[in-house]
Each structure stands twice: as C-alpha cells, then as structure tokens.
Design a protein around this ligand. Structure first.
Ligand code: GDP
Ligand code: MG
Length: 370
C-alpha cells in the first residue's frame, strides 16, 4: 500500500504530528493526524526535511497483502487448481463434493476415516485438484469481501430437472466478478425428467454458451448420485487449469488464506489454511490475520499428520495465539520475533479500530446516552 497517515509519517521523520500538519498547511494541504497521505504529498513533506523517499518508507510491513506481491516467474512450478462448487440449493453441491471425494479417495488411503477440514484434494491422471468444501457462496462472498482470491475455477451445478434458478444466477455473477473460469455441471442426469437442453438454453441467456453451440463454456452432464460423468468433470478441470498456467514457487516462505477456523476445547485455536504459494512447515513462525504463533502441528484432509504443505494444499494447523477468521491472509516470517512484532501490531490496530468504532459519537447514540 503506497500510503502513510500523517501520524505515521511524523513518526518516521522523528517530528511531532502537529509540525507535519503545519508543513502540509503551508504546502496547501489541509490534513488531520489520521489522514492518509499519497505518495506525492509524502514526497513534498520529505523534501522540506531534505529526506529522500525510499520505496521502503511506503511499505507498511504490517499489511499482509504486501507479501502477496508477484515474484519471478523463473522459480515457479505448476500447482494444482483450487475449485469452488456453487449452485442453487438442492441442485446437488454437497452430493457432488462427497461423490468426487469418495470415488477418488480409496478407503485404504484414508484409513476409512476422512476428516472435514473445509477443503480436500483428489488425484486425476496423476495431477492433483483441490476442492473447497465450504459452502461455495460463503467462500466467495466472505473471501472476496476481504480481498482474498482463492478460487481458480468455479463449478456451477445446475439440476437438469430444475434449470436455472435465482442462486444459479447469483453464482454466475460471483464467478464473473471474480474473473474465474466457469464449468457448468449439469446434474441429476439420471432422472427421467432431466432436460439438459433447457439448462443450456437458459444459461445462454446469461452469456454462457456451450461449445456445441459455438460458445466457449464447458458443460458436463453428470449424476452426482450415480457418479456418471464425474471423471469427465475432473478431466475438464485439468484442461481449464492447464490453460490457466497456474504456478507457484514451493521454495518460498508460505503465504495463503484461512478457509475456516474455530476454538477447539482440547487443541485451542484450530485453523484450516490454504497454502497459495510456498511451502508451509511445522515450526514456521506465522502471522494469520490479527493473530500469530508457530505452526505446532499440521493435519491434512485425510486426517494424517504432515510436516510440510506445498502450494494449493489445504491443512489444518494448531499453535496460534487466537482464532483467525475465514478469508484472513497468512504469511510465514523468517523468525519468531518478526512474526510476533507484526502479529502484535496487527492485533493492537484491530483492537483500536474496534474501540473507535464503539466510541464513535453519532447524533443517534449521543441522544441515547443523554
Ligand atoms: P445442495 O443443496 O446443492 O448441496 O444439494 P444436495 O447435494 O444436498 O442434494 C439435494 C438433493 O438432491 C438430495 O436429496 C440428493 O440426494 C439429490 N441429488 C443430488 N444429486 C443428484 C443426482 O445426480 N441425481 C439424483 N437423482 N438426485 C440427486
Ligand atoms: Mg449442500
């Protein structure tokens, strides 16, 4: 973020905020202590003090987004795609997610027990695909509200016996706003009343034209109940991922997003993280949203303990001082001291914001208090 508040700038220059406010006033800028200054204003003030603005001064190290800056292409390798399933209620999202997981995870591999951690991975043709197992709409809205992009591909499930419904349209809009490719799963094809042509016709009205009709939207007829067509769906996902050239650098320190988190009686703060770039290790010093800690233990989607998790892998971790929120970013730091400093600064800021929100005097609550 290329901005600082007047207060921050005063601190960096070792001056009183009132002095900076005066300087700005002389320069024709009216500002208060909490006002954000843009790069030009910062440079003007710094020039007054003969201070050269380094790019560094503008980098707020407590802003986790800073660590999500793109890196050199050269170090990057192919990574699995992260898929979200959306669609109207009862069109078969849950059944499809379960069915994909069960057809692809052999009982032996999972020891018969599958863990619910909010996301899982399957393998198709030797390649992995990650599915977010949280309700699709929620994943999109809470994540996107916080600026976190986690999904590479949106699967929109439409029941062939019901057609396009309000939440189908909502899902299409979410996917379009997020600029992620859409694959249409035309579900419940086993039903005698299934009418896939009608689904295609209705979706054409929303700009999703099937390849068969000269468009570029992939439609996969399937039955989540019988499993028919699921292999084709997975192959299509691999095809779309290949086109997207999804890449990450397993060698860097991990960054990613919280999928879900809760307070567990025995284990304390438990968070499912999606590693989006780099590799997460047990023992890593980490800042997650406004909390921090060291990764104490990691469990994968099969309920197994793991020591590392690479790009696009979901893992459940313990070891955080507090419970983060879905959609929060996480960043691994070089040492515990840095993680602690940044984590504490973030939680202090969050607390301050919460308080000022509470204490804000509006006419309404002023009269309430009187
Ligand atoms: P969701 O609300 O989108 O998660 O929908 P569910 O997965 O809960 O499915 C709603 C209902 O449709 C359940 O009774 C499912 O058994 C049924 N269902 C889902 N997929 C199929 C399918 O492919 N064929 C048939 N016949 N029923 C299905
Ligand atoms: Mg469901």
């Amino acid at each position: 973020s290329e901005s600082l508040t007047v207060g921050d700038l005063a601190k960096k220059l070792g001056r009183e905020p009132s002095e900076i406010i005066k300087k700005l006033f002389m320069l024709g800028v009216m500002a208060t202590i909490n006002q954000e200054l843009d790069k030009d204003a910062i440079e003007l003030v710094c020039a007054e003090y003969d201070v050269e603005v380094e790019e560094e001064i503008l980098v707020d190290k407590t802003d986790l987004e800073v660590y999500f800056e793109p890196e050199e292409e050269a170090k990057k390798e192919e990574r699995p795609s992260v898929v979200t399933i959306m669609g109207h209620v009862d069109h078969g999202k849950t059944t499809l997610l379960d069915s994909i997981r069960h057809t692809k995870v052999t009982a032996g591999e999972a020891g018969g027990i599958t863990q619910h951690i909010g996301a899982y991975q399957v393998e198709e043709d030797g390649k992995k695909i990650t599915f977010l197992d949280t309700p699709g709409h929620a994943a999109f809205t809470t994540m996107r509200a916080r600026g976190a992009k986690v999904t590479d591909i949106a699967i929109i499930v439409v029941a062939a016996d019901d057609g396009v419904m309000p939440q189908t349209v909502e899902a299409i809009n979410h996917a379009k706003a997020a600029e992620v490719p859409i694959i249409i799963a035309v579900n419940k094809m086993d039903k005698p009343s299934a009418n896939p042509d009608r689904v295609m016709q209705e979706l054409t009205e929303h700009g999703l034209v099937p390849e068969a009709w000269g468009g570029d939207t992939i439609f996969v007829p399937l039955s989540a109940l019988t499993g028919d067509g699921i292999d084709t769906l997975l192959e299509m996902i691999l095809l779309v991922s290949e086109v997207g050239e999804l890449k990450a650098n397993p060698g860097r320190r991990a960054i990613g997003t919280v999928i879900e988190a809760e307070l567990d009686k025995g284990r304390g703060s438990v968070a499912t993280l999606l590693v989006q770039d780099g590799t997460l290790h047990v023992g890593d010093p980490i800042v997650v949203g406004n909390t921090f800690g060291r990764v104490r233990a990691m469990v994968n989607d099969l309920g197994r303990r793991v020591k590392t998790a690479g790009p696009s892998t979901p893992v459940e971790i313990t070891g955080l001082s507090d419970v983060p929120q879905a959609g929060d970013r996480f960043v691994v730091f070089e040492d515990e001291k840095t993680a602690r400093q940044i984590g504490e600064a973030r939680s202090a800021t969050a607390l301050q914001e919460m308080r000022s929100e509470k204490n804000r005097v509006t006419l309404d609550n002023l009269f309430d208090q009187l």
